[in-house]
Structure formats: C-alpha cells, structure tokens
Write a protein that binds this ligand. Sequence first.
Ligand code: AMP
Ligand code: GLY
Length: 422
Amino acid sequence: MNILILGGGGREHALAWAVMQNPKCDKLIVAPGNAGIAAIATCAALDILDGAAVVAFAEENSIDFVILGPEAPLAAGIADRLRDAGLLVFGPSREAARLEASKGFTKEICDAAGAPTAAWARFSDAEAAKVYVRETGAPIVVKADGLAAGKGVIIAQTVAEAEAALDEMFGGSFGAAGAEVVIEEFMRGEEASFFVLCDGETVLPVGTAQDHKRVGEGDTGPNTGGMGAYSPAPVMSEDVTRRALDEIVRPTMAEMARRGSPYRGVLFVGLMIENGQPRLVEYNVRFGDPECQVLMMRLGAQALDLMQAVAEGRLAEARVNWAEDHAMTVVLAAKGYPGDYAKGEMIGGLDALPEDSRNMVFHAGTAEHEGRIVSAGGRVLSVTARGDTLSEAAERAYTMVDAIDWPGGFCRRDIGWRALDG
Ligand code: AMP
Ligand code: GLY
C-alpha cells in the first residue's frame, strides 16, 4: 500500500513512524514533513490546502491511502476532494470537521445530542455579549468561534477581562474566526483527552492522554500547543470512560449521522471531569499534538490497520490490542516560545539516542542544514518513551532530553505530575 500523510509536525512524525512499522506499507510520502520524518520516509513540498494539487500529487505518486494530520486541510475540505477522486482517506469531511472549526456548531450539536457541556451563548456583536457577561459574572470563558491556532480561548477571571477579550475578538484580532464569539460557563475539574475512531457508525476508543498546555512548570504561564503528554490518563477510569462514550461521544456521532454528515476519522474529545462526571470542553477532528506521539508509541503498527478500517467503514470488525504500558512525551521548545524565538540553531546529540519501540525522538519544528539538524519552529522535538510504569517512561524520556545538546531549547521538567504524584 502506498501512503501519503499530510502534515509536518511531531504528530505526523509519530504517525509516519507507526505506519512504517506495518508491513502493509510499501511506500510512504509525507507532505511537507520535516527533518526527522525525512529519515524514515520521503518528504515532498506540497501545498496541503490546495485540493487540486493534493489530488494530482496523490494520483501521480500512485497513492492508495491518504492520512490527514492537521485540522486546516480538513476544515478546507481536502478529505472530500480526495474521496471524490476515489482515494481511500482517513479524515472527516469538511462538514464533519466543523466540530472543530466552529465552536458554536459544536455547542448546537451537544444540545441536540443531550451531551453534557458548559452552559453557553453565542454572539455576533460586542454590546450584547458584554451584557451577558455582566449578568453572568466571572470567571467566564470567551472563545472565538472559528479556528485560531489554539489562541482563541480566554479564561477571564474578571468581568473586565472578559470585556477586554470581547473587544479584542470583535476588533478583528482573530480575523474571520472572531466574527462570532461563544461565551461559556467556566468548568472546574481535571482535564483529559479521549481519542475515539469513528467510521460514521461504529465508535472505537483508542486511548486516553493528558496534555500540559501551559508553558511553565506547575501549569503556569501562557498557553501553548502542548508541552508534553502521557497516556493513559488515570482520571479516565472505566466508569468515566463509559459515561463519556454513552453520554457524549455516541450521541454526538449519532447526531452527525442524522444530519447527513457522518463522522469518519479520529475524534479528539477534550473533557473536564468533576466528581466522576465528564463534560465536553471541545472536540478536535484530528489527533492531538503531542498526544498523538504517546498514542502511536503505544499502538505501534496496528495504528495503520485501524485507520484503514475507519476509511473502509469496517470499524465494527476492528479490535485494539492493548498492552499494559505507559508512554510519555516531553516537548523541547525554542526559548521564548510561545512568544518570539530564534530559528536555525544547531541541535546536537540526537544520533547517539536509541530509536526503537520504547524510545523515539519525534521531530516537530526541525530542518536540515548542511547535514545537521537545526531548529525551525517553536515546538522543536517531542522526546517520547514507553515503559511498564509511567515513572519508567518518564525516566527514559528525561534521560534522552538530557542527552540532547541544544542550549537554545527548554522543556518542562514536570510532565505527568498529576499521575506521578498520585
Ligand atoms: P479549547 O481550545 O476549547 O480546548 O480551550 C483551550 C483550553 O481552555 C482547554 O483545554 C481548557 O483548559 C480551557 N477551557 C476551555 N473551555 C473551558 C471551560 N468552559 N471551562 C474551563 N476551562 C475551559
Ligand atoms: N495538544 C492539543 C492539541 O493538539 O490541540
């Protein structure tokens, strides 16, 4: 099978790594890829938001199966274009991708499906929104409706902060994404990410994880794309998992099918859990990054069979072979991230690190320069390890981190603290 993966971050390196372990994979191309991916697959320069170009590229390269990594091509309908061209595709349609691309749409679906989530209201002008905020009080959550690269959510501790956020969003700082705003009740509890596959009908859980969104230790400082993750997340007990499936995921998938836009792909279910009750924070229509790195490390080669079963509508026959293991990934980012940072810095020590089924350095923002690996983004490496226990996985991951020579990089030293302390 000839496979094309769209994307070029740590998530796509992990997907490529898992896919390559499956003997079914004859040829793998990743577009655009990165320097780490280039070591295991062919990387190709391709505008992954250009449907005609992606279809032509897939045809020219005799691709059988396309896996879409990030949300942008999904929201742009690239999966639909590929399916229309007769290709096998892993990734939801543009209409189904609205579960991530519009927060207001997701809230409507939750209401129709009876799925527990924060109380909410939707506004298209600042004055009405401010009246609502004043009536409701703080803390309160203000969200740009559309895709805002993870920056469109403001947790306002005071009414004044919420009003400032509204001025900013309606003032155009998020472009079209902020033309509508969703205001939500602030939910307390512990967050977890729950990943399920869906082929339009059957729902199959493929793992749980916990991300660390804040840049600083002890979950302080500004939000980032994610500074590290581990799997499984102990807060996702059997009972919480069952409730999340029965009360949130299955009703949502049924509602999408009822509306004529069945969901086919991986659904990233962001949950807030309080006293054993899960409530939906958000859906994403893709694997998380860095959550994908820990999931792929645990799933290995079977990830390809599962994604193929989704694409072919055969998920009812599929099974996940679970190992009693744990995985952790620690993100090495460029100093200054999520603000300004330098690029092009040399990263040493990578060649000496083990690369096997228990230890992998997935590349996120890297490039090759004169035969050396250099930094090329904010989140640069995702140092990932698997162990029989979470502390074993953590020890391996941080041992690798410490062997990497990059003075311009930093990481959080406390990934997994909730699960490790407990
Ligand atoms: P989102 O982009 O919707 O995932 O929001 C980013 C982060 O903001 C989430 O992971 C939560 O940590 C936080 N968040 C979003 N909505 C709420 C809410 N209603 N209550 C509490 N925290 C929230
Ligand atoms: N790590 C969070 C995300 O991928 O959205």
